[in-house]
Design a protein around this ligand. Structure first.
Ligand SMILES: [Zn+2]
Ligand SMILES: [Zn+2]
Length: 178
């Protein structure tokens, strides 16, 4: 895990490029949040870091491939992830009050650092969480599983009468088609 001390950043800034391996990264992610995905490749990160008065600016890029589960058909699929980010880190002098933690829209890209240390691994890991779709789909328009027999409707069809066809409008539509 990569941590940078403030006094390690020269006036002209610092360019870093580093890799985090799958196993150690997953273990780390689990300390931050619930993890319901896997990684298919190491996490490649790049960042330029500058000091600006009391703050630190970080401009970077993360790249990896995740293994996600489709919410409709439950199949696992590969999800390439590549994202750039820009962050302003402010020194944290004391625990922020409730008002301060409620960040406004413009302050979304701000974060804090404490004790003169910049936790770069933590920053790039947060980017992964930000990039994961809330409802991962293996493909746009995945047909999902039959709610009655469990058939993967992307692969074959079944003869079940499903609730979606039994309800009002769909039934009318179906009758018209027949
Ligand atoms: Zn699917
Ligand atoms: Zn079925």
């Amino acid at each position: 895990m990569l941590t940078l001390r403030l006094d390690e950043i020269p006036e002209e800034g610092l360019n870093l490029k580093w890799t985090e391996e799958r196993a150690s990264l997953l273990a780390y992610l689990k300390t931050l949040s619930q993890v319901d995905f896997d990684l298919e490749s190491p996490l490649l990160s790049e960042a330029k870091i500058w000091k600006a008065a009391q703050s630190v600016l970080v401009k970077g890029k993360v790249q990896t491939a995740l293994r996600l589960q489709c919410v409709r058909c439950l199949k696992e699929f590969s999800y390439p992830l590549s994202s750039t980010f820009e962050l302003t880190l402010h020194p944290l002098k004391e625990a922020p009050s409730a008002e301060e933690t409620e960040l406004g829209e413009q302050e979304m890209e701000s974060s804090f650092f404490e004790g003169g240390e910049i936790h770069l691994s933590e920053i790039v890991c947060e980017q992964i969480f930000l990039e994961i779709p809330v409802q991962p789909l293996c493909q746009e328009g995945c047909k999902g599983l039959c709610s009655v027999c469990g058939t993967d409707l992307n692969l074959s069809s079944c003869k079940c009468v499903r609730e979606e066809f039994a309800s009002g409008f769909s039934v009318l539509q179906k009758l018209k088609l027949d």
